[in-house]
Design a protein around this ligand. Structure first.
Ligand SMILES: Cc1cc2nc3c(=O)[nH]c(=O)nc-3n(C[C@H](O)[C@H](O)[C@H](O)COP(=O)(O)O)c2cc1C
Length: 327
């Protein structure tokens, strides 16, 4: 399967965000204004190949209506990347998640960008920027496991401590289907504006390398319109939007009218989110407090929003929270 790349029109992807972009939130965003593709949260392959697997599988859960979902993996053991890639490519992991035959992920992405200390100390994620032999081994092992059955992509940053575009050139030599470039170094975390000129440079490097890798830009995009402008300016194939969805759940709409939504409409959308959360995580697989980070998306920009948020964040269960939401 190929990712959309029609009519020279850039495609849009909802960023992978840990503890945020689970199946529940992806379904809410898809109902508001769907991007072309979605990522799962990142999931650790070494953990998946351990007794901790059942708990981690929750990060990969999806429903059959989610047909454009890329599984994002991280870890350090190439053999575990290979094993999980096999399970994804042959559909057995999707069956384990309870999905019907024929229903599968659309691709696999490797996280080589997460800056968090715990992952980096482990030698994983953005630490791979400084460990090309391991990065290559991880890519090769995943490719082996996928055996061409699903596209392989990488999401990364433009360097570890310093900008290092040789890292991008190195990745382009790996014949990836897609490369998402978050325009900041690991050291910069999210503290400085994304360097879109470097994302544009990645596109130029792709052309010079003469490979077909789709180049996708990421960092600080707040609207579909802004994404289109950046894609045009830097000749990119696609745009990834992450935190922008916290300010506008309709961020992927060509003309979002979120700013005009009434208090009742905002509350109704949060109700839908909480109901789906309660149904999906009925076994308490996700704690109620994980909903708190979504509250501000919906309960904002109306009189009394702050006070209402403070009350809602005290809820002890989804039922309790639903009971507190005004009609
Ligand atoms: C809460 C949160 C969780 C994130 N989790 C992941 C993750 O699991 N995998 C990943 O590649 N990036 C992760 N990121 C980074 C985003 O995917 C994205 O690269 C970053 O937020 C910059 O894009 P933005 O400015 O559009 O938000 C996370 C970011 C946030 C804010």
């Amino acid at each position: 399967m190929d990712y959309p790349n029609e009519l020279n029109k850039p495609f849009f992807i909802l960023a992978p965000m840990d503890d945020v972009t689970d199946t529940v939130f992806r379904q809410v965003v898809a109902d508001c204004a769907a991007p072309d593709l979605f990522f799962t949260e990142f999931v650790n392959v070494d953990g998946l190949q351990s007794p901790g697997r059942p708990r981690l599988l929750n990060k990969l859960r999806f429903v059959s209506g989610e047909t454009k979902l890329i599984a994002q993996l991280w870890g350090v053991q190439p053999e575990n990347f290979k094993a999980v890639a096999v399970q994804i490519a042959d559909g057995s992991l999707a069956r384990e998640l309870g999905l019907p035959d024929g229903c599968n992920f659309a691709g696999v992405d490797l996280n080589m960008g997460c800056p968090a200390k715990s992952e980096v100390q482990n030698g994983a994620c953005s630490a791979l920027i400084k460990n090309r032999p391991l990065a290559k081994a991880v890519i090769d092992a995943t490719k082996d496991g996928l055996a061409g059955r699903l596209p392989l992509s990488v999401k990364t940053r433009v360097g570890f401590n310093e900008v290092d575009m040789t890292w991008i050139s190195f990745l382009l030599q790996q014949k990836l289907h897609m490369l998402t470039v978050h325009g900041r170094t690991r050291k910069e975390m999210s503290k400085v504006p994304a360097h879109w000129n470097l994302i544009g440079e990645a596109r130029a490097l792709r052309d010079r390398a003469g490979v077909g890798t789709l180049i996708v830009g990421n960092g600080d995009v707040e609207s579909h319109e802004q994404g289109l402008e950046l894609a045009k300016q830097y000749s990119l194939d696609g745009i990834v939007i992450g935190r922008g969805v916290f300010h506008d759940p309709f961020v992927f709409a060509e003309n979002s009218n979120w700013a005009e939504k009434t208090k009742a409409e905002r509350i109704a959308l949060y109700r839908r989110h909480v109901e789906l959360f309660a149904k999906t995580w009925a076994g308490n697989e996700r704690k109620i407090h994980t909903l708190n980070k979504f509250c501000k998306i919906y309960i904002s920009d109306f009189d009394g929003a702050k006070e209402l948020r403070e009350q809602l964040m005290q809820a002890e269960s989804a039922e309790h929270l639903l009971g507190m939401l005004p009609n």
